[in-house]
Ligand binder design. Sequence first.
Ligand code: NAD
Ligand code: LMR
Length: 367
Amino acid sequence: MFAARRAASTTLARGFSTSAAAPFKCAVLGAAGGIGQPLSLLLKGNPLVTKLSSHLSPPSPFSPTRFYTVSPYVLANVEQLALYDVRGAPGVAADISHVNTASEVKGYEQNDIKSALEGADVVIIPAGVPRKPGMTRDDLFNTNASIVQTLAEAAAQYAPKALIGIISNPVNSTVPIFAEVYKKAGVYDPKRLFGITTLDVVRSSRFLGEIKDKDPKDVAVTVVGGHSGVTIIPLLSQTEAGKDVAGEAYKALVHRIQFGGDEVVQAKAGTGSATLSMGYAGARFADALLRALDGQTNVVEPTFVDSPLFKDQGVDFFASNVVLGPEGVKEILPLGPLSAAEEDLLKAAIPELAKNIKKGVDFVKSQ
Ligand code: NAD
Ligand code: LMR
């Protein structure tokens, strides 16, 4: 059913200003967790915004449309929201299903991942354990690598053509794990796999907006590299509001963006890491994938993908601005001009990224 209606919708390639229902199935794996719940709620949506969605003006060319509060496009276009978790997903689904937007919500338990995944157009994965104070994201590898591998094996079997967005940390390693599992299964399409780095973009615009006393909606920052510490590279020099930030203020801002996750981990004092801001960021990225699937052009988001940009330096995956299309990655955009400070950040990131990526690849290859 989904496939037939999907074909109709992509050929129509509707403009952004319509709100007619389109037919996408979106699955969330890890839906009952700290991120999974607000993410699923945002995907289910806000009825007020649904009403307003017909009044939205079309996005400007290559506008990343980065500042959704709730995603009107998702509201109008998700026909089924499939919520899967090893525990608690049916309860979360029952709760969210009462929100009065059009999409159907179903919860799936551990033995029913097949039904959750079959027919899915977009699969967002926030499954896995979060950090506690004192831990790095890499410290999560031992637990989360196996979780992501198991989910990749299921997705390879039941939804090999879906667009996959990975939130589970360490993203720099879990995305390569996912890719290796797909390669083993003979279904790898590098265009369809994304590490979600949107939280770094969201933080950058918020933190820069704060120090410049500007509304974050007017402050777009491209963030490239990866998703942990020194691999997070905000390209402030390419942003009107950020290009004159210098000296200690520049260092402090870059540090806050690179280690924003630690701020939340410390404040939550052992109960987890960012969940609500990540739910928001994950919903925004899912929205971008859905708009691209539906034929909207000029959808651009920074995301961690299989990328040619630094392969010659042993880095097979890299986050940069990516033009999204109905098949996933349409075009990987170059970084553009970097300041001397950004060149330094890049130099520091490359060896760390290479190490993180290799760790993920080796994990699957060694089995
Ligand atoms: P959480 O513990 O609150 O939730 C994780 C959920 O995953 C739980 O409901 C758990 O039951 C489920 N789960 C575990 N194994 C599973 C499996 N095999 N299949 C399906 N579900 C499974 O954790 P959280 O705070 O939601 O964080 C989840 C992950 O997201 C962590 O690894 C965290 O580090 C990461 N994260 C990433 C970003 C990012 O920017 N990419 C931001 C924040 C957190
Ligand atoms: C974040 O950036 O908030 C996430 O990656 C979670 C974490 O461990 O910091």
